[in-house]
Design a binder for this molecule. Structure first.
Ligand SMILES: Cc1ncc(COP(=O)(O)O)c(C=O)c1O
Length: 351
């Protein structure tokens, strides 16, 4: 088995570790007490993020999960219903917080790779009658994780938001990887966020900070979100130490997201024609590559173990499906090497 410290780790862009320059900035961060509201570096980050996202205010939270949950809690009441795609991260991977904490149910809308049109919203809004829950929130995800890093077009976001607003709903965007979407679409974040009521964004994924996310919205919603952040135990003290890493990431790691996208495309191009792999190159839009391995080579989980023995780590996300994610600590050479390893493993006798 190869040394896991030198493995090419494509499991997620969350595996990035802070660079030496980022650690230096963290060490020198000016700090206060964020529970008392005087953490200068957190305040600086929140102002910077709000400006970037074109919103009145933002609140810094420990994780993308908490950003989404604070967004949901602040814009719904217990018993309300949310409309979303069934492969949404908040529904799939966030331990049912929308139900357990926010007290909401979810009604699903269909759509290829997590993206849908305005026409699916109205049929899923409950009539205002005593029998039904109140539909109050639409959630969209950009880029869409389980959709393979799929990017919403600005027009698509506008269309669903216009329709949702006409029907009296608010709209939250899970923008954990919003800057990947912006990089791929060639637009500023505000091109998307002007249409949504709230947006979450993560610093701890492709941007390479060790921890942290923001929720941005209007003043009133963010005041309410502060309350829920405290309730969830997410209000921290000298959190300027980690907020400094997020500021550094925003200032230094955004432009390079294009490199991750290029590496993902190159990796995908190299494995697309390998016998045993099914992959649509048109679906590789950002830093994620989802592909299927023919059952002749065994289930995806077993295949990922074989790759791991050769020093390439990636997750199985379905019976035959694997996911490779490119990030700050994967070089162009490593992307090529990972593709070679897949070719070598497939060249061996099928399982
Ligand atoms: C689309 C999306 N939203 C939210 C999250 C949650 O972020 P965290 O792991 O920081 O809670 C993730 C994590 O991968 C994600 O991919």
């Amino acid at each position: 088995m190869s040394n896991m410290n030198s493995a090419i780790d494509l499991r997620s862009d969350t595996v990035t570790t802070p660079t030496a320059a980022m650690r230096q900035v963290m060490a020198g961060a000016e700090v206060g007490d964020d529970v008392l509201g005087d953490e200068p570096t957190v305040i600086k980050l929140q102002n910077k993020a709000a400006a970037l996202l074109g919103k009145e205010a933002s609140v810094y939270v420990p994780s993308g999960t908490m950003a989404n949950l604070c967004g949901i809690c602040s814009q719904t009441r217990h018993g309300d219903e949310i409309i979303a795609h069934n492969e949404s991260h908040f529904y799939f991977y966030e331990t049912g917080g929308f139900a357990a904490v926010a007290g909401c149910s979810v009604r699903f809308v269909p759509g290829r790779r997590g993206i849908f049109g305005p026409e699916v919203i109205e049929p899923n809004v409950r009539p205002m009658q005593i029998h039904y829950p109140r539909t109050s929130l639409l959630i969209i995800e950009n880029t869409h994780n389980r959709g393979g890093g799929a990017v919403w077009k600005v027009d698509q976001v506008k269309a669903v938001c216009d329709q949702a607003h006409e029907l009296g709903l608010r709209v939250h965007m899970d923008g954990a990887r919003l800057l990947n979407a912006c990089t791929a679409a060639g637009v500023e974040p505000s091109a998307y966020t002007r249409y949504v009521d709230s947006v979450s964004m993560c610093f701890s994924k492709g941007l390479g900070a060790p921890v942290g996310s923001v929720l941005a919205s209007d003043e009133e919603t963010i005041q309410t979100a502060h309350h829920f952040r405290k309730m969830l135990g997410g209000t921290m003290r000298q959190s300027g130490v980690i907020a400094a890493a997020a500021i550094y990431a925003l200032e230094n790691h955004v432009k390079r997201l294009a490199d991750d996208h290029a590496n993902a495309k190159e990796f995908a191009r190299r494995i697309a024609d390998v016998p045993g792999i099914t992959l649509d190159l048109n679906d590789v839009e950002t830093n994620m590559v989802f592909f299927d391995v023919d059952p002749k080579w065994g289930p995806a989980k077993k295949f990922s173990k074989r790759l791991e023995r050769e020093g390439v780590r990636m997750f199985a996300t379905g019976p035959q499906r694997l996911r490779a994610v490119f990030h700050l600590q994967v070089s162009a050479e490593q992307a090529v090497r990972a593709a070679e390893v897949i070719g070598q493993v497939l060249a061996q006798t099928p399982a």
